[in-house]
Each structure stands twice: as C-alpha cells, then as structure tokens.
Design a protein around this ligand. Structure first.
Ligand SMILES: NC(=O)c1ccc[n+]([C@@H]2O[C@H](COP(=O)([O-])OP(=O)(O)OC[C@H]3O[C@@H](n4cnc5c(N)ncnc54)[C@H](OP(=O)(O)O)[C@@H]3O)[C@@H](O)[C@H]2O)c1
Length: 253
C-alpha cells in the first residue's frame, strides 16, 4: 500500500472541481469539506442535520472559498426516487461531478452478534451501505461527465479485517470495500472515474468517543491532521489510481 500521509496539497489543487461530501456537518466530513473548499473546490455539503451544514457553509464563505451548496439528505429514510431526484438536481445545477467523498456513517452498537438488534443492524446497513450505494448508482452519469472524477469511499480497519463485537458496522464497511472494487472495475475502461477506499484510522470525533469512551481524545489525531490522503485521492495526482485501499494514518508503532 502506498502512503500519502505527508502529501502536500497546493492551494489550487481542486480549483474548478465540484465535489460532494456526505456527512459534511461534523467530524472528518466537516474537516474534509472545509479542506476541499480551501483548495478551490465547490463543495456540495450533504448531511442530515441542516444546522450543522449551515455552520460549515458559513465557515467556507468566511474562508473566501467558492460558494458551497447544501443538500439535506438522511440515508436512513431516503429511497431510490430521492437519489434520482438528487442526481437530476445536481445535474441541473452543476452539469457534472468531479468527486464524491462518501464519509457519512453510524457506529450502531459494539455488542456480541447473538444480542445484536435486527432493527439496528438494518439501520446501520442502510446508512453506511445501502443508501450510499443507491446514491452512487444515481450519480454515475454525473461523474462520467467529468474529465477526471474521483470517488472515495470511507472504510475502517474493521472493514478490512473483522473484529469481535463490531457487528453491522464492520460488515457494512466490508460491503463498502466490495462496492468500491465492483465500481472501480466497471468504470475503469469506460470512463475517467476512479474509485478507492480510505480508512481514516483512529480520529478525534464523536463516533470514536462513542466507540472508545475511556480513551483520552487528546491522544488521537484530529480530522484536520489526517487530510493529506483525502487531498491526494481527490486531486489530479491520483488520476489513474483505482480499485485500491488507502490509509489516512501510519500504523501505530
Ligand atoms: N473517527 C474514527 O476514528 C473513524 C475510524 C474509522 C472510520 N471512520 C469512518 O469515518 C467516517 C466519518 O466518521 P466520524 O468519526 O467523522 O463520525 P461522526 O463525527 O459521527 O460524523 C458522522 C457524520 O455522518 C453523518 N450521518 C450520520 N448518519 C447519517 C444519515 N443517516 N444520513 C446522513 N448523514 C449521516 C453525521 O451527521 P450528523 O452530524 O447530522 O449526525 C456526521 O456528519 C465514518 O464513515 C466512519 O465510519 C471513523
């Protein structure tokens, strides 16, 4: 696996690009949305809590970056017509997409399989995998309108090697890895769309605090500190790189 932990993104790396970020209101998605905007992208902020998206919108405006757009969507309740409508609206507004960072996700519960609520299992699969899959299916034509499009799907270390008690979350991330491979191979020779997965690694966010309540958050990297690989994969330097797995942080010594 090649590493881009120290990748230096130029200030105009994403100039003129239109990039959708899911889960853009908080955590890593918020940092990535701000970072992409600061590198020149027009960022479409997708998420379920409008007030959070509005705060990120205001922060981007304050940076003097290209004006972003807000797209409220809840992966839990959205169905196929919602994603078709989304693709139509984005096509009317922008005509293409140069990037998608699918980052939204929920943890579910860390608990033994035999006690895992089937309702919660379905919710986690819907938010982390089924909904985003429908979204990407609908968005493929917009990505194909780009001369150089990058899709980044957020994975996890438990989506590459299973771990006891991580249940639906781990399985949803394995599914995301599978989707990325299928999509990458389908699009490789017929489009300029590349598809890769990125594991953020332990990062100081609300999700991490929920998973590890006893951990000192100060011992973790912040979302802003893990962005170099997010930049590398979204920008032109990764053109032609597809179907691969990336980590945003070096392994712990
Ligand atoms: N932090 C880590 O250590 C770590 C490690 C490995 C992988 N990851 C992955 O990295 C990604 C980001 O995680 P994070 O730590 O930044 O988590 P986070 O702080 O909990 O943020 C998750 C984001 O996803 C959004 N979201 C949740 N459910 C949604 C839904 N139904 N529809 C639309 N948006 C929804 C949230 O919106 P609201 O704010 O409105 O709830 C929030 O913006 C996730 O895919 C996670 O699995 C994180």
């Amino acid at each position: 696996m090649q590493c881009y932990f120290d990748y230096q993104a130029t200030n105009d790396l994403l100039k003129g690009r239109i990039v959708l970020v899911t889960g853009a209101g908080d955590g890593i998605g918020r940092a990535a949305a701000l970072g992409y905007a600061s590198k020149g992208a027009t960022v479409i902020l997708l998420g379920r809590t409008i007030s959070k998206l509005e705060s990120v919108y205001d922060e981007i405006e304050a940076l003097g970056a290209p004006e972003p757009a807000i797209y409220p969507l809840n992966f839990e309740g959205a169905s196929w017509p919602d994603y078709q409508q989304m693709a139509d609206r984005l096509y009317d507004e922008f005509g293409r997409l140069d990037g998608v960072l699918h980052n939204a996700g929920i943890l579910g519960k860390i608990t033994p399989l035999q006690g895992y609520s089937p309702t919660l299992w379905q919710e986690v699969m819907q938010v982390n995998f089924n909904g985003p899959t429908m979204m990407l299916q609908a968005l493929i034509p917009l990505l194909q309108e780009s001369e150089d499009a990058s899709v980044i799907l957020t994975s996890s270390s438990v989506g590459r090697k299973g771990r006891a008690f991580w249940g639906a979350y781990a399985c949803s991330k394995f599914a995301v890895e599978g989707l990325a491979q299928v999509m990458a191979e389908e699009l490789e020779n017929i489009s300029n769309v590349r598809v890769n997965t990125l594991n953020p690694g332990a990062t100081r966010t609300q999700m991490r605090a929920k998973a590890y309540p006893g951990e000192n958050p100060a011992s973790l990297r912040t979302p802003e500190e893990i962005l170099p690989t997010y930049y590398y994969l979204m920008g032109p330097d990764s053109k032609g790189v597809t179907g691969q797995q990336f980590d945003a942080q070096p392994p712990k010594a």
